[in-house]
Design a protein around this ligand. Structure first.
Ligand SMILES: Nc1ncnc2c1ncn2[C@@H]1O[C@H](COP(=O)(O)OP(=O)(O)OP(=O)(O)O)[C@@H](O)[C@H]1O
Length: 384
């Protein structure tokens, strides 16, 4: 249903997308993730024919986004990050205007509106001017306009970012429901929403895809699993070998010596327990060893659990270099040695040099208008 092939987008000298390729199949709900500035909106705007790519191709429902933009737009419902709304219209007027532009019969529009009003929670807002709506309600109207023509494909750019927690849950529930018959590409910063609504995710970082696959596979990518262990700070096992309750340092040192443990970090807790996070290999299970250690020491265990890595952990691991660069920090962390870090930095420097070599002559397009001009230009070039 969606096919991106080597998509590249430059804004002047800056390469926002670098040979991005992926496919989304019929009936899939795919989370499109990445830190700020990773290139998610740029990709979505290319797929929905709002801007053109500098290189590569994309097809939606079998139509080329450059050659058949009108057909593509018929098949897509698009909620951009900032939905283009007309403030002076009321909600009903705006949505019927969108329906008219989409070529819908009035009777079809009215019939469809019943469902849309319920899904988007707009029953009490239909007569209000859009300029008087809160951000959250404007977002609901944006979602409604994406659904008016009942498209088979939805491209939603952060559909829940301005909603309150109840509404977020409602929209996610709705996405789960319509995802049964539709294809959805969903960009969001809320990883728990992706875990609820999507079976697959694509993670982009610095304009490149760094992960693409079922959530299970992505979660397993770090190859690690986390354990949380809590030991009583004041009491010991009566009749056991311990004479007094252990200090945090003592517990930490003992846990660090267990085979298979790669790191131990103390967690904040109340004054009853020493609490630690341990990391171990994904395919192992060291709970028996932890239990035996605590018994042999005569300590009292309050809690022990083994958790698969969360999507959030993998997301952080895959995109941490971007975050560190933004904060002006060296690209290194506790899991990486210096060599790896400096190699990553060198690679980045090389890339930057490549970019400036290639793009020296390009002008900088820094705002929406320039950008649209640029895309018009590109279109003209493409169409010869
Ligand atoms: N019109 C433009 N002119 C110049 N640079 C742009 C333009 N639009 C986007 N960019 C840059 O391209 C990069 C990717 O932007 P994009 O909006 O696609 O990121 P994003 O992943 O959607 O980020 P966010 O999560 O913050 O919305 C950013 O560095 C951004 O500053």
């Amino acid at each position: 249903m969606i096919e991106a092939n080597g998509l590249t987008k430059r804004y002047g000298a800056f390469r926002a997308l670098d040979k991005v390729s992926f496919e989304v199949h019929r009936g899939e709900v795919v989370g499109f993730l990445g830190p700020n500035g990773a290139g998610k909106s740029t990709t979505m705007r290319i797929l929905t024919c709002f801007i053109s790519a500098t290189g590569g191709t994309a097809r939606v429902h079998g139509y080329d986004v450059f050659d058949d933009p009108l057909e593509v737009r018929k098949k897509i419902g698009y909620l951009p990050q900032r939905a283009p709304l007309y403030g002076e219209m009321n909600v009903w007027e705006y949505l019927s205007f969108v329906a008219e532009m989409r070529g819908l019969e009035t009777s079809t529009f009215k019939k469809r509106m019943k469902g849309i009003v319920e899904i988007c929670g707009l029953a009490t807002s239909l007569g209000k001017d859009i300029r008087d709506l809160s951000h959250g309600y404007r977002q609901r109207v944006g979602l409604a306009q994406a659904l008016v023509h009942d498209p088979p494909i939805l491209i939603l750019d952060e559909p829940t970012s301005d909603l309150d927690p109840n509404e977020k849950a409602e929209v996610i529930k709705y996405i789960q429901e319509i995802g049964k018959e539709r294809t959805i590409l969903l960009s969001t910063h809320n990883l728990s929403e992706v875990e609820q609504a999507c079976a697959r995710a694509i993670i982009v970082s610095k304009g490149r895809i760094v992960a693409d696959g079922p959530l299970e596979e992505i979660r397993a990518r770090t190859g690690k699993v986390r354990y949380v262990v809590q030991v009583h700070e004041k009491r010991i096992f009566e009749g056991g070998p311990a004479k007094k309750a252990p200090s945090a340092e003592e517990v930490q040192a003992a846990l660090e010596k267990l085979p298979g443990v790669t790191s131990v970090i103390e967690l904040p807790t109340d004054d009853r327990a020493h609490s630690f996070q341990l990391m171990g290999a994904q395919d192992g299970d060291i709970r028996p060893e932890i239990f035996q250690l605590v018994v042999s020491k005569g300590w009292l265990m309050l809690e022990m659990r083994r958790e698969a890595q969360k999507l959030e952990d993998v997301f952080k691991a895959l995109t941490k270099h971007d975050e560190r660069r933004d904060r002006g920090r060296p690209i290194v962390d506790e899991d990486e040695d210096e060599d790896e870090a400096s190699a990553a930095e060198e690679e980045d420097e090389d890339e930057d040099e490549d970019e400036s070599d290639e793009d020296e002559s390009d002008e900088d397009a820094s705002d929406e208008d320039e950008d649209e001009d640029e895309s018009d230009e590109d279109d003209k070039k493409k169409k010869g």
